[in-house]
Design a protein around this ligand. Structure first.
Ligand code: NAD
Ligand code: TDX
Length: 348
C-alpha cells in the first residue's frame, strides 16, 4: 500500500489514525485525507501534520457522496488502498435527523465501493471501519462475535449495517479485496464533545450538569482510540481479505460508573480540583437505547495477535490530561470558531 485514501480523516478516530500511521507505524507511503468537514470534521485535529510530512500527506475537502470528486482523487493520487472512516457518527443526531446518515453512511459508502470497482486493477484493499452497534443489544450475558446476527436499533446503526452489507456484497460479487472491523466505543484525544466522555469532561470543567440517560445502567465496552488505530492498521496489513474482525476493549462499564470515574479523576488531576459528582443529573432516556455492548475479539487476538495496550484507567487519565492541556482546542470547538475558520479557508 503506497497511496492510502483515508476518508473522514479530520474526525475523531480518522485524525488519530493518520497521526498514528505517519508518526508511529511502519507505513512509509502517502496518505490522502478526503473529508467534507461537517460539524464533526476539524482540521485542527491534524495540526502540524502537513508541515511535518509535506511529501506524505495531502488533504482534499470532498464529499464521499460526490462521484466526480472521488474519481479525481483516485486518478490524481493513484490510490491503491482505502481506509473508510467517514460517517455521520452520533446516535442522538441520527434519531433527530436521520437524513444525512442515510446519505453519507449508505450512499457515500456505495459511491466509494463503485470507485474501488472502477479502479479495481490498482486497488489492493478497501478497509471498512464499522461499529458493534450493528449487532443491536445484549442482555446481561454473552458477547458479540463476528457471527452475531445484525439487529440495529437506531438510524445510525441501521445505516452502518447497510454499509457493511454493501462492502461484503462488493467482495463476493466483484472480488474487491475488502476487510471490515466492528469496534466498540472509543475515547481519547480530539473526540467531539457530543459523545459521552468528552461531554462529561468539558461539562465538569465548567461546573455544568452531567446528563446521564435513564438510570445510567446501560453498559458500553470502552477502547482507547490509539488501540483502535493499531487494530485497524494490523487488519489492513495482515487481515484475511473478505473477513470481518471485531475490536473491543474487554472493558465493560455502566455509564454511571464512567461518569463517576471522570468526576473523581478530574478532582485528582486538575490542580485545585474537586470531584464533580454533585453535577450528575439523570435525564430522559434515549429512544431505542441499547442496554449492553460487549465484544468478543478473540478472532483478532488469535489470528493477528492484537490486544488493547491501555486499561480504562490509564486511557482515561491520558484523555483527561489531553483535554486539560488543550483549552484552546476546547474553546474553538465550543464557540464554533473552527467552523468559521473552515468557511474562511474553503467556502469563499
Ligand atoms: P466523527 O464524527 O468524529 O468523524 C467523522 C468524519 O467524517 C468527520 O471528519 C466528518 O467531517 C467526515 N464526514 C462526514 N460526512 C462526510 C462525507 N459525506 N464525506 C466526507 N467526509 C465526511 O466520527 P468518529 O467517531 O471518528 O468515527 C469514525 C468512524 O468510526 C465512523 O465510521 C464510525 O461509524 C466508526 N466508529 C466509531 C466509534 C466511536 O466510538 N466513535 C466506534 C466504532 C466505530
Ligand atoms: O449525554 C449523554 N448521556 C448519556 O447517558 C450522552 C451523549 C450519552 N449517554 C449514554 C448513551 C450511551 O449509553 O452514554 C453511552 C455512550 O453514548 P455515546 O457517547 O453517544 O455513544 P454510543 O451511542 O454508545 O455510540 C458510540 O459508540 C459506537 C459512537 O457514537 C458511535 O459512533 C460508535 O459506533
Amino acid at each position: 500500500m503506497k497511496n492510502i485514501l483515508v476518508t473522514g480523516g479530520c474526525g475523531f478516530i480518522g485524525s488519530n489514525f493518520i497521526r498514528y500511521l505517519l508518526d508511529e507505524s511502519d507505513f512509509t507511503g502517502r496518505i490522502v485525507n478526503a473529508d467534507k468537514l461537517t460539524y464533526a470534521g476539524n482540521p485542527e485535529n491534524l495540526s502540524g501534520i502537513a508541515e511535518k510530512f509535506p511529501k506524505r500527506y495531502e488533504f482534499v475537502k470532498a464529499d464521499i457522496c460526490d462521484p466526480d470528486a472521488m474519481s479525481e482523487i483516485f486518478e490524481t493520487y493513484s490510490i491503491d488502498a482505502i481506509c473508510h472512516f467517514a460517517a455521520e457518527s452520533h446516535v442522538d443526531r441520527s434519531i433527530a435527523e436521520p437524513d444525512a446518515f442515510i446519505k453519507t453512511n449508505i450512499t457515500g459508502t456505495f459511491n466509494l465501493l463503485e470507485m474501488a470497482r472502477r479502479y479495481k486493477d490498482h486497488i489492493m484493499l478497501f478497509h471498512h471501519v464499522s461499529t458493534d452497534e450493528v449487532y443491536g443489544t445484549l442482555g446481561a450475558d454473552g458477547f458479540f462475535t463476528e457471527d452475531t446476527p445484525y439487529s440495529p436499533s437506531s438510524p445510525y446503526s441501521a445505516s452502518k449495517a447497510a454499509s457493511d452489507h454493501l462492502v461484503r456484497a462488493y467482495h463476493k460479487t466483484y472480488s474487491i479485496p475488502v476487510t471490515l472491523s466492528n469496534c466498540s466505543n472509543n475515547y481519547g484525544p480530539y473526540q467531539f464533545p457530543e459523545k459521552l466522555i468528552p461531554l462529561m469532561i468539558l461539562n465538569a470543567l465548567e461546573e455544568e450538569p452531567l446528563p446521564v440517560y435513564g438510570d445510567g445502567r446501560n453498559i458500553r465496552d470502552w477502547l482507547y482510540v490509539k488501540d483502535h488505530c493499531k487494530a485497524v492498521w494490523t487488519i489492513m496489513k495482515e487481515g484475511r481479505r473478505g473477513e470481518t474482525y471485531n475490536i473491543g476493549g474487554r472493558c465493560e462499564m455502566y455509564n454511571i460508573d464512567v461518569v463517576r470515574m471522570i468526576c473523581d479523576l478530574l478532582g485528582q488531576i486538575k490542580p485545585g480540583g474537586k470531584s464533580g459528582r454533585h453535577l450528575i443529573t439523570f435525564v430522559k432516556d434515549r429512544p431505542g437505547h441499547d442496554l449492553r455492548y460487549a465484544i468478543d475479539f478473540s478472532k483478532l487476538e488469535k489470528e493477528l495477535g492484537w490486544t488493547p495496550a491501555e486499561s480504562f484507567e490509564t486511557g482515561m487519565k491520558k484523555t483527561i490530561q489531553w483535554y486539560l492541556d488543550n483549552p484552546g482546542w476546547i474553546s474553538r470547538v465550543k464557540s464554533g470558531e473552527y467552523l468559521s475558520w473552515i468557511e474562511r479557508h474553503y467556502d469563499q
